[in-house]
Design a protein around this ligand. Structure first.
Ligand code: SF4
Length: 406
């Protein structure tokens, strides 16, 4: 087994750009309605300068999310890339951002490429006008298609986010969306089942009878239909909500599931590191724009340090989300300077017996897994296609698998 030293695991930078033109009814991300405030990029540069020592450079990925990063103009986006390159980005780094269709035209798309972006993830949600209207999005199908074409023509690796399981959507809506986006040259699709988050305007709209309630069975059917149909379009599921043509997976998102380190900049951003003593450490910068802007270097932040056993449970629970890579619990235990306790093995075994997880056993370790099953486990545990539908439950079981003595 090749172990990767902590400091040499994948490393990335995330920048949270917390501005949106308007509020989408279903959204519970952190953002402010309006244009980016003057001096935002200068504040990012100050924060990056002060905190760059948290990461071992160079980084392999840079990702701008939000909010709506595409609301920053090309010049400001280019300044951000230049700034991060100054600290160190691999020559073949993935440099990605989220864009909304209404911000994209040909000049913007070519400007992104010239600024060093390699990848764009479009907040498309659907190419069905009825679904877009239901969700309260600002773009329609024509605008969405034009944005995809412009980004693909500019030479960017283009992905889209879709929301499935929207009440009243046509049964064939998933098929139509898949066919159209793949036809346009999209190589990556994230498909999220619509969730009604507390405190969002959608809750009020449903309460007032202006939107229909979601139906759990219909949502499960929509997700399963997506799983069934995507492979025919060359899209393979590699994460609970992500499908890609081989080689076009998101390296930055994989870094989250595979215990990579990331420096999170901007208000509301999370950072994550594994220290040499095996503890996972997380930092969450205040999600208040004005407080952050007043002093981006010393803005309030919550810090969380997990003991090695907790760090390991989290590594297994999150890592399982990567359906292709899966997790090797024994290797993760070495990363976190601990051992895999019996309760974690029992949780994994229970998931395997339900058909939610499969395991490739290392031939050298014999037929059993874990204590009581014939010896120490080796091999990779992966969610199955069925397990992807129950991923949250499997993760909950693993996170809660605390040994009496631990
Ligand atoms: S869904 Fe995206 S564009 Fe809409 S409010 Fe949320 S972050 Fe902004």
């Amino acid at each position: 087994m090749n172990e990767v030293p902590t400091g040499r695991r994948a490393r990335g930078v995330y920048l949270h750009v917390p501005f949106c033109r308007r509020r989408c009814s279903y959204c519970d991300f952190y953002f402010e309605v309006g244009h980016p405030t003057a001096g935002f990029v200068a504040s990012v540069a100050l924060e990056a300068q002060a905190r760059h020592g948290e990461l071992v450079w160079p980084a392999q990925t840079l990702s701008l999310g939000g909010g709506t990063p595409s609301q920053l103009g090309v010049e400001e986006l280019a300044r951000i890339v230049t700034r991060v390159r100054h600290f160190g980005l691999d020559d073949d780094a993935e440099v990605a951002l989220e864009v909304n269709p209404e911000d994209v035209d040909e000049a913007f798309a070519h400007g992104l490429r010239a600024a060093g972006f390699t990848r764009a993830s479009v907040g498309l949600q659907s190419l069905d006008d009825d679904v877009l209207l239901w969700l309260g999005r600002a773009h329609d199908r024509a605008r969405g298609m034009a944005a995809l074409r412009a980004l693909v023509d500019a030479g960017l690796d283009v992905g889209v986010d879709l929301i499935v399981g929207v009440p009243d959507e046509r049964p064939t809506r998933v098929d139509d969306d898949l066919a159209r986006v793949v036809d346009a040259g999209v190589g990556h699709v994230s498909a999220y089942v619509l969730t009604i988050e507390p405190g969002t305007p959608l809750v009020q709209l449903i309460a007032r009878g202006r939107r229909r309630r979601v139906d759990d069975d219909a949502q499960a059917t929509a997700y399963e239909r997506f799983q069934d149909r995507a492979p025919a379009h060359g899209l393979l599921q590699y994460e609970v909500s992500s499908w890609a043509r081989p080689g076009r997976e998101s390296r930055h998102n994989r870094l989250y599931w595979q215990r990579g380190a990331y420096l999170g900049l901007g208000p509301g951003a999370h950072s994550f590191y594994v220290d040499d003593d095996g503890r996972a450490r997380r930092r969450h910068t205040t999600a208040r724009l004005e407080a952050w802007r007043a002093d981006p270097v010393r803005a309030a932040a919550e810090h969380e340090a997990l003991d090695p056993a907790h760090s390991l449970r989290e590594a297994v629970a999150f890592g399982l989300r990567d359906l292709q890579a899966g997790v090797d619990p024994a290797a993760l235990a070495r990363l976190h300077r601990t051992t895999v306790g019996p309760a974690v093995w029992r949780a994994l075994e229970a998931a395997r017996s339900r058909g939610d997880v499969s395991v490739d056993v290392d031939a050298a370790s014999g037929p059993g897994f874990g204590p009581g099953f014939g010896g120490p486990a080796a091999g990779r545990w992966r969610l199955t296609a069925r397990g992807a539908r129950f991923a949250d439950g499997v993760a909950r079981d693993v996170l809660g698998a605390v040994d009496d003595a631990g």
